[in-house]
Design a protein around this ligand. Structure first.
Ligand code: F6P
Length: 355
């Protein structure tokens, strides 16, 4: 068999552990080759094709390396490819499937978040044999309890917020820390819990300024004259909207931290500062958890290919890996559920959730 493997969408720590595990596992089978595809599906749309055989040496020493040795992009949807010179988007999906056939690939392992998996699902409908591996720091894929990358993002954010606690206390300030996560609050909730945040604002719970200021005032009455607020980039005030920023030609969620800080300062008069953690949450060495689960996902992905269970995406549920059909998860998203254990934990210890 000749199996392609690619990483798509935003990168995250732990991608290399998935690639490495699939290649290591392939060594147990004769006549099985793994081929890397450059920058998501772009390697199948370029001329010449950007693909290369992954031998055991090519994955040596990458377990602890951040990023992805295959490269990635979140601007490479073959169904609506942006024209670099402007003009209408192009549909190059058939070109991708033709390249897949021309190269003699039998299947492709697609490592990606919801955007990339949506593309994989559509390519599967055009005849590509696909097995999906869920990854994203946001942890918002419907199919799985824990995506590769989430644990490291939480670790990075937790460490940063913990550092901010001490300077917040020295200056008696309100410190607002904006974390990533798109429209799900998993990173904010987990990092806030891990670092002793006093207020955590999530996209799942529209917040009120009154509730936040009440918490800050209660703390001040207890002689705690500083407060640490973790805000997810997708959070928004009740009756208001999400905040987007356009930077270098790209519009993304972001900016709620500054917006919130200004409001809190205007309403309270307390000195306030903002830290936006941004892409630090996506870079650098993966945590041991992401290396372990990434390795398990990589082995499982190749197993599914060998079993010819195509059109499936791996799911981690209750600590076990299984596979789910793409059609059962397509278009679904996993926000924090109302009965989430960690949400209840945060409420249980008196963290203000802005409601
Ligand atoms: O989906 C991962 C993520 O890091 C989000 O948390 C964030 O909103 C987005 O990607 C940022 O994308 P980009 O890398 O294109 O700026």
């Amino acid at each position: 068999m000749k199996v392609g493997i690619c990483t798509g969408g935003g990168d995250c720590p732990g991608l290399n552990s998935i690639i490495r595990a699939a290649v290591r596992h392939s060594a147990h089978y004769d006549d099985l080759e793994l081929w890397g595809i450059k920058n998501s599906f772009n390697g199948l749309m370029s001329s010449p094709y950007e693909v290369w055989k992954l031998d055991q040496e090519s994955v040596s020493g990458i377990l602890m390396r951040g990023g992805t040795i295959l490269g990635t992009t979140n601007a490479g949807n073959p169904f609506s490819l942006k024209n670099p010179g402007g003009g209408p988007v192009q549909n190059k999906s058939q070109q991708v499937v033709d390249a897949y056939k021309k190269l003699g690939l039998d299947a492709v392992i697609v490592i990606g978040g919801d955007g990339t998996q949506g593309i994989a699902y559509e390519l599967a409908k055009l005849g590509m044999n696909v097995v999906g591996v869920p990854k994203t720091i946001d942890n918002d894929l419907a199919s799985t309890d824990q995506t590769v990358g989430f644990d490291t993002a939480v670790q990075v954010a937790s460490e940063a917020i913990a550092r901010i606690q001490t300077t917040a206390e020295s200056h008696e300030r309100i410190m607002v820390i904006e974390v990533m996560g798109r429209n799900a609050g998993h990173i904010a909730l987990h990092s806030g819990l891990a670092s002793g945040a006093h207020i955590i604002l999530l996209p799942e719970i529209p917040f009120s300024y009154e509730s936040i200021l009440k918490k800050i005032e209660i703390r001040r009455q207890r002689k705690k004259r500083f407060s640490v607020v973790v805000v997810a980039e997708g959070a928004f005030p009740a009756g208001g909207n999400e905040v987007f920023k356009t930077s270098a030609g790209t519009k993304n969620l972001g900016g709620i931290g500054h917006y919130l800080a200004e409001e809190l300062y205007q309403r309270s008069g307390i000195e306030t500062r903002v830290t936006v953690l941004g892409h630090t949450q996506r870079g650098g060495e993966p945590s041991h958890v992401d290396r372990i689960i990434g390795t398990a996902y990589g082995v499982k992905a190749l197993d599914l290919v060998l079993q010819k269970k195509f059109g499936t995406i791996i799911a981690m549920q209750n600590g076990k890996l299984s596979e789910i059909k793409y059609e059962d998860v397509a278009g679904k998203f996993r926000p924090i559920p109302d009965d989430d254990m960690f949400l209840n934990t945060a409420k249980g210890i008196g963290i203000c959730l802005g409601d």
